[in-house]
Design a binder for this molecule. Sequence first.
Ligand SMILES: [Zn+2]
Length: 480
Amino acid sequence: MTEALYARLPVFLQNAACYWYGHKEAAVRLGPAFERYLQEMQESEKWSRGQICAYQDEKVRNLVSYAYHNVPFYHEQMRERRLLPQDIRGTSDLAKLPILTKEDVRANADRLLSTNARRHRLLPRHTSGTTGKCLELYVDPSAVAMQWAMWWRHRMRFGLRLGTRHVNFTGKPVVPQAQSAPPYWRWNLPMHQALINMQHLTPAKIAPIVEFLDREAFEFYSGYPSIIHALVSAAKHAGLKLHCPPRVITTGAENILANQRADIEEFTGAILTDQWGMTEACANASQCRKMVYHEDFEFGVIERQEARRVDGVIEGSLLCTGFATPDFPLIRYEPGDIGIWAAGDARCECGLESPSLLGIMGRMDDYVITPEGSRIMRFDYVFKHTVNVRECQVVQDQIGEIRLRIVRRPPYSNADERLLEAEIRKWISPTLRVRFEYVTEIERESNGKFRAVKSLLSIDRPAGRSSDVSCDGASNQRVC
Ligand SMILES: [Zn+2]
């Protein structure tokens, strides 16, 4: 009802509503706690590996002890395993505890809440579960301030300053879909943002948006990579250029595909840097100047579960233990994301000693199963040479076949279809059947995210190998 009412307001009142929302959010996100965390984190970022390990070990010990004494779910889980708080001395002992799936959280939400929790103080959060069913959980307000401090620390690695005006490209319908004349943007002044929503990034409406971006000459853009990519595609389609491009673009919240990155960088000439986080606020990793993801270790610990190893690079699911919400603790929580990391005790050339990841890819349930039995999540390389594909979603409805839902870019022809088939045979499977479906747009999920690979198969997800956490780096799961 609020959204319907908002959509009927005149533009100046919509801006006032955005101001009010921004003012309310800024109090939580950018208040005194944020400033303190930011200052502390800019210092701790320079810590040595030893300091980082000692810090995380202590945080894990305290969290598990608190959970054992105050959180019914964990008390029971640990008693079942005959574990006492002193059995968990640090990150290397986390593997003694069970993995927490989204389904576990959904089924045990009440028992995951500590008996000390003042529920009204906690912030309710919603995210999607593996079954598509909504997952409800709680986050401590300090976790939100900490997330924003981490996100700003990330931006500051690229020379951005607090208070810099920028554009946020969002999935939220801040400019109602039905609006057919500019301005296709709104202002969130307390957070120094212009807001542009994805629904208007079309060739028909792009000219005034590009003109606005040039006029305001924002220093940076932020948002979902697929939405910023939509801006680039629409502008290129309309033959437009950005004369005052941003210096930096920060992305997050969904996988950034290689072709999206290439298109955005080519069109804007900006540095594109990504970070990985989650609504559940229990882990975060952000890229450094070498484009390696560094674990934001102050916020939580990320365990890596090795699934397979190719040419010295390891791939597997990530398990997160968050430090910031002890009253609703998520310990060894499996968000369903897959990480890629280097074998051995690799140190990043940037000089930061926090544990790193080379990449973070698809959700665990977004993969295609080939007739050969492989589970394939990355299709970027298939589209490397197909310049006439604007956007593509790979859908699997049945074993043995995939559907490529394609938004064509002229002069797309049969030759492109043949090329795609050949690439799939080459990279994915020699026997997988490919069906082509041509669409004018690919709808986003209800949360605004673009899913590059979508599986509609009703099968269980694969179980990851149990985590092997080591302090010496020999197992390559974690280096501390
Ligand atoms: Zn680095």
